[in-house]
Design a protein around this ligand. Sequence first.
Ligand code: RB5
Length: 150
Amino acid sequence: MKVAIACDHAALNLKNNLIKHLIAEGYDVTDFGIHVEGAVDYPDYAIKVAEAVAGGEADRGILICGTGIGMSICANKVKGIRCALCSDTFSAKATREHNDANVLAFGERVIGAGLAQDIVDMFLSTEFSGAERHVGRIAKVTAIENKYFK
Ligand code: RB5
C-alpha cells in the first residue's frame, strides 16, 4: 500500500518515527515534509498529501499537526478526500469501515506517540465494510461534494 504523509512544525519527530515504523511494516511511504524544524503553514503540507491521494499516487494519507484540525479542514477541501480526524483507535476503525476515509489526521499535541502508532496501524489495516447502507451514504457525501466543488 502506498501511503503519503506530511506534518507541520508541531509534529516533525512524531512523523519521522511513524515513517520508520511504516517502512518496517512494509508500507511504501512518500514523505511530503516537513523535513527540517521551523515554523510552516499547515495548508501547504495538507494539500500535498490530499492531492497525492485524490490523484491516485497514494492509497492513503496521513496528516499530523498540533491538533490535526487544520490539516483535516484543508484535506477535506480537496475533491475526493474523506479525511478523518481521529484521536482513538475505535474511530480510526469505524471511519475506514463506515466512511471509507482515505486520509487520517491527528494532533501531536493531543495524543501520545504510542497511541498515534496504534491509530495509524488501525487506519491502514482496516478495510471499508462495503455495506450497502455505507455505500449509499458515501454516495450522498459525494453528491454534496459535486454540488459545491467546481
Ligand atoms: C501550529 O501552531 C498549529 O496551529 C497547527 O499545528 C495546528 O494545530 C492547526 O490546526
